[in-house]
Design a protein around this ligand. Structure first.
Ligand SMILES: [Zn+2]
Length: 281
C-alpha cells in the first residue's frame, strides 16, 4: 500500500516527462485514443514470474519492458527474493544509467528507464523472523539462503532499507492518522526546487544523479559528521558505493528540512536507512 501511494507524493510530471512516458506506453498500445497523454506518474508492479525480456524489454520486434513502462514513475517488486536471480541482476545497469539497451537480431534499441525502485520482502521464508508475537519456524540456513537471493551489489544500489513491523490489532481497525499525501508532496516539490537551483550550472536534476565530483562540491560535511560516517563505514563494512549513497540521501534529508548544509543528524538518519547492511547477510 505504501509503494502504491508513492506516485502521489512525487511532483507532477513536466511536459517533457509527460511526453516521454506517454510515448513509451503508446508503443504497447496502452493509451486510449480519448486520452493519449499519461497524466499521472506510472506505477508498475510486475509479478515475480516476469522474464528478463518482460522486465527489461525485448522480443522479436524489441518492445519496452516493465522498467521502461515505469520511466518517470515507480517500479514495485513485491516479494523480491522470489524473483529469479538473473532477472534481478540485469536491473543493475539500468538502475545506474537510467536507460536500457536491448540487443536483438533486428538491431540495438535504447529505451529510457529512470524509475524509482521499491521492493518488499519478508525477513525469512515464513515471514515471522523477529516478530514478537509469532514464532519463526525457519532454520538459520533457510533464512540465510532466502536472504542471499538478493546480491550485495543489488542491495548496494538501494538507498533506503526500512524495517516495517507487523501491525497491532488496534492499529488495523483504527482510522489512519498522519499527514495527507498533498502536504508531503508540497515538501517534496520544495526539495526538488532546491535541487534544481543548486544544479542549474551542473546539468543535473536531482541529488540521485550526483557523481563523485558533485558530491565533493555539494555535499561538504563538517568534522563531526565525517567522524560519524567513518565509524559507520568501519562498523558495517560499507562499500564505497554505499558511502556515496549515504551522502546523497543525507543531502536529500537536508533538502526536505530546507537546510542549507548537511548536518550530523542528516548523516545519522541516512546511515539508519542502511538497515540491511547492518545484518549478517
Ligand atoms: Zn521464518
Amino acid at each position: 500500500m505504501l509503494a502504491k501511494r508513492l506516485p502521489g507524493i512525487l511532483p507532477p510530471m513536466s511536459v517533457e516527462e509527460t511526453l516521454e512516458t506517454s510515448r513509451i506506453h503508446s508503443i504497447l498500445g496502452l493509451l486510449s485514443p480519448s486520452s493519449p497523454l499519461m497524466k499521472t506518474r506510472p506505477f508498475r508492479a510486475p509479478h515475480h514470474t516476469v522474464s528478463d525480456a518482460g522486465l527489461l524489454g525485448g522480443g522479436a520486434n524489441p518492445a519496452p519492458g516493465e522498467i521502461s513502462l515505469a520511466h518517470n514513475g515507480v517500479l514495485f517488486l513485491d516479494e523480491l527474493p522470489e524473483f529469479k536471480r538473473n532477472v534481478l541482476e540485469v536491473l543493475r545497469q539500468p538502475l545506474e544509467n537510467g536507460a536500457v539497451s536491448v540487443c536483438r537480431a533486428a538491431g540495438s534499441f535504447n529505451f529510457p528507464s529512470r524509475f524509482i525502485l521499491v521492493a518488499a520482502m519478508n525477513p525469512c521464508p515464513c515471514g515471522h523472523y523477529g516478530d514478537q508475537r509469532r514464532v519463526c519456524r525457519c532454520t538459520p540456513p533457510q533464512v540465510q539462503k532466502y536472504r542471499a537471493k538478493i546480491s550485495g551489489p543489488l542491495l548496494d544500489r538501494i538507498d533506503l532499507h526500512v524495517e516495517v513491523g507487523s501491525l497491532e490489532e488496534n492499529e488495523l481497525v483504527s482510522a489512519p492518522t498522519g499527514e495527507p499525501s498533498a502536504k508531503i508532496r508540497d515538501r517534496v516539490i520544495g526539495a526538488r526546487a532546491a535541487q534544481r537551483a543548486r544544479f542549474k550550472d551542473a546539468k543535473l536534476h536531482s541529488n540521485s544523479q550526483m557523481e563523485p565530483a558533485h558530491l565533493q562540491k555539494f555535499c561538504a560535511i563538517d568534522r563531526k559528521s565525517e567522524t560519524l560516517l567513518r565509524h559507520a563505514i568501519r562498523e558495517f563494512n560499507l562499500s564505497a558505493r554505499a558511502y556515496d549513497r549515504i551522502l546523497r540521501v543525507a543531502r536529500t534529508i537536508a533538502d526536505l528540512a530546507f537546510a542549507e548544509t548537511i548536518a550530523e543528524q542528516h548523516i545519522f538518519e541516512a546511515i539508519n536507512y542502511r538497515a540491511l547492511d547492518k545484518r549478517l547477510w
